[in-house]
Write a protein that binds this ligand. Structure first.
Ligand code: PBG
Length: 326
């Protein structure tokens, strides 16, 4: 008998009927940049269509997301001042803490608020922790990360997402949250996070490029697979509730492996460079933006992600509405 896989491709309704990967908007998370000041919405030069919002401007964007069917956001803060110890990260009146209070006040339970927990946007040197000489000092950094996560929870964060890649941070944060009564706040850890050129535009957006050296002593070498699995398993053991694989596009093998291996949900983060690449290509007329967005999103889900963090969240939702993906 001749096998005829093409029999399933000739009819549009049938193609849809037999789709293996089904996606919906509830899986989407939008990263939002908040900054100090008033009445400012400034475009990020390397991420056309993405902005830094002051807190008075932020609700308009959140409203727009909700209208599009995107109910979850992850906050990134851009403080006015940075210092050696990144104190803006855990300040009661830090930018993310203020944004959380305002978002909770205006949207209550209608929006799910996640925060990125890291030091690099707040340290004068741009590294993800406090320094000893030219090295990030792991253990003292854990205390500050735990303090940051707690301050986010106190300000209304529904979930915290540590992205620093220090050893032991999930446990340190879990202990701190539990001790202070935030036992119900889940931790979504950036477990498999590679040292990547794809973060370039984010570092422009947040002004968080390291002032010397790089992040290779704490973020992962992109040649490594087993190391990623080890990171994932360690974070599960320490009490992570969800794991992030990041970037998404060049790391779909890791999404698949980790999703198959662990018993908790996996999120794929399509990072700033992925966004910038699509935007630039589309502006030059080299690629079709919507088709790229669709394939990147479905690729992450097909690989096993159940959550997809993307600057294209609204566009992805629109493509789902239009039935292009879904
Ligand atoms: C903070 C952090 C970064 C990203 C998320 N959290 C930057 C980095 O590690 O340099 C990157 C996100 C993106 O590129 O979209 N550590």
């Amino acid at each position: 008998m001749i096998q005829r896989p093409r029999r399933l491709r000739g009819n549009a309704l049938l193609r849809k009927m037999v789709r293996e990967t089904r996606v919906d908007k509830s899986s989407l998370v939008y990263p939002i940049f908040v900054r100090e000041g008033r009445n400012i919405q400034e475009e990020i030069p390397t991420m056309p269509g993405q902005y830094r919002y002051t807190i008075d401007k932020m609700p308009g964007k959140l409203e727009e997301l909700k209208k599009a069917g995107v109910d979850s956001v992850i906050f990134f803060g851009i403080p006015e001042e940075k210092d050696e110890a990144g104190s803006g990260a855990y300040a009661e009146n830090g930018i993310v803490q203020k944004a959380l209070r305002e978002a909770k006040r205006q949207f209550g339970e209608d929006l799910y608020l996640i925060t990125d927990v890291c030091m690099c946007e707040y340290t004068s040197h741009g590294h993800c922790g406090v320094l000893k000489g030219h090295e990030v000092d792991n253990d003292p950094t854990l205390k500050l990360l735990a303090r940051t996560a707690l301050s986010h929870a106190q300000a209304g964060a529904d979930m915290v997402a540590p992205s620093d890649m220090m050893d032991g941070r999930v446990l340190a944060i879990r202990n701190e949250l539990d001790e202070k009564g935030y036992t119900q706040v889940p931790i979504m850890s950036y477990a498999v996070k590679y040292a990547s050129g794809f973060y370039g535009p984010f570092r422009d957006a947040a002004g968080s490029a390291p002032s010397f050296g790089d992040r290779k002593s704490y973020q992962m070498d992109f040649h490594n697979r087993k190391e990623g699995i080890k990171e994932a398993l360690t974070d599960v053991e320490e009490g992570a509730d969800l794991l992030i694989i990041k970037p998404a596009l060049a790391y779909q093998d890791m999404i698949r492996e980790v999703a198959d291996l662990v018993e908790i949900p996996v999120a794929a983060y399509s990072v700033s460079g992925e966004y910038a690449m699509v935007k630039a290509g589309a502006q030059l007329g080299y690629v079709e933006e919507d088709r790229m967005i669709a394939e990147m999103a479905v690729g992450a889900f097909r690989a096993g992600a159940s959550v997809y963090i993307t600057y294209f969240a609204e566009e992805t939702a629109r493509l789902m509405d239009a039935g292009v993906i879904g």
